[in-house]
Design a protein around this ligand. Structure first.
Ligand code: 5GP
Length: 195
C-alpha cells in the first residue's frame, strides 16, 4: 500500500536490524487519515470472506482495526493484556503471548460472551514479527469454536518467522507492507528486491 510505505520511509525510524519504530503515525501518535485508508484496504481485501467480527490486541492493533470493522459493519473486539476486575478466569478465553517488543509474557483475554461458535473472525495487528500475538489470537478464536477468516497485518517483517508459522496453520495473510530487511538502518520492502 503506497501511502503506508511512504509513511514508513518518511516517518518511521529503524531502531535496530530487527525493530522499526512507527510512533509518529501508528502506535503512539496516530495518523487518522492513514489509519482510515488502511482500514478501508483491509475491508476490501476481506470483503468476500463473510467476516462477522474483527479481533485485535490492545493497544496498537486498535487504530488500524477500527476502520476495518466499521467498513465491514461488524464489531471490533480487542483482547485485553491486563486483567480487568470485571472479568473472572471462568468467563474468559485466554492465551499466553510473548511480546516481541517488551520481551515478556502476558496473558491476553477475551470475554467468552463476545465470540460465538459460528463467528468468522478476522485478525488484525499492527506488526507481524514471530507470529506470537497472532497465534495467541488464533488460539482464542479456536477456543470459542469459531473460525479465523484471515489475518490482516499492517507491517510484516518478512525476515522473521511469523508468516511461515501462520501459513503452516492454513491461514491467509494479507500484509499491507512487507519488509525484507532493516539492515544498514534502511527499510527495504519485499517488492523492491528481485525475486
Ligand atoms: P509477534 O507477536 O509477531 O512476534 O510480534 C508482533 C507484535 O510485536 C505486534 O503486536 C507489535 O506490537 C510488536 N512488534 C513486533 N515487531 C515490532 C517492531 O518492529 N516495531 C514495533 N513498534 N512493534 C513491533
Amino acid at each position: 500500500m503506497k501511502q503506508l510505505k511512504e509513511a514508513i520511509l518518511e516517518r518511521g525510524t529503524v531502531l535496530s536490524t530487527g525493530v522499526l519504530k512507527v510512533d509518529q503515525f501508528l502506535n503512539h501518535q496516530v495518523d487518522t487519515t492513514l489509519m482510515s485508508e488502511i482500514g478501508v484496504e483491509f475491508a476490501r481485501l476481506f470483503e468476500n470472506d463473510q467476516v462477522t467480527k474483527v479481533i485485535t490486541i490492545e493497544s496498537s492493533g486498535i487504530a488500524p482495526s477500527f476502520m476495518c470493522a466499521h467498513q465491514l459493519q461488524v464489531p471490533l473486539i480487542f483482547a485485553r493484556k491486563k486483567k480487568s476486575l470485571t472479568m473472572n478466569q471462568a468467563t474468559v478465553y485466554s492465551s499466553r503471548v510473548y511480546s516481541f517488543t517488551k520481551q515478556e509474557y502476558s496473558e491476553v483475554t477475551v470475554s467468552k460472551e463476545l465470540i460465538e461458535k459460528g463467528d468468522r473472525v478476522l485478525l488484525i495487528d499492527d506488526f507481524l514479527a514471530n507470529g506470537e500475538a497472532a497465534s495467541g489470537l488464533v488460539s482464542i478464536v479456536e477456543q470459542a469454536g469459531a473460525t479465523v477468516a484471515g489475518v490482516g497485518i499492517v507491517i510484516e517483517k518478512s525476515f522473521q518467522d511469523g508468516r511461515k508459522k501462520l501459513e503452516e496453520r492454513g491461514l491467509r495473510i494479507e500484509s499491507l507492507a512487507r519488509i525484507a530487511s532493516l539492515d544498514g538502518s534502511t527499510v527495504t520492502f519485499i517488492d523492491e528486491i528481485a525475486l
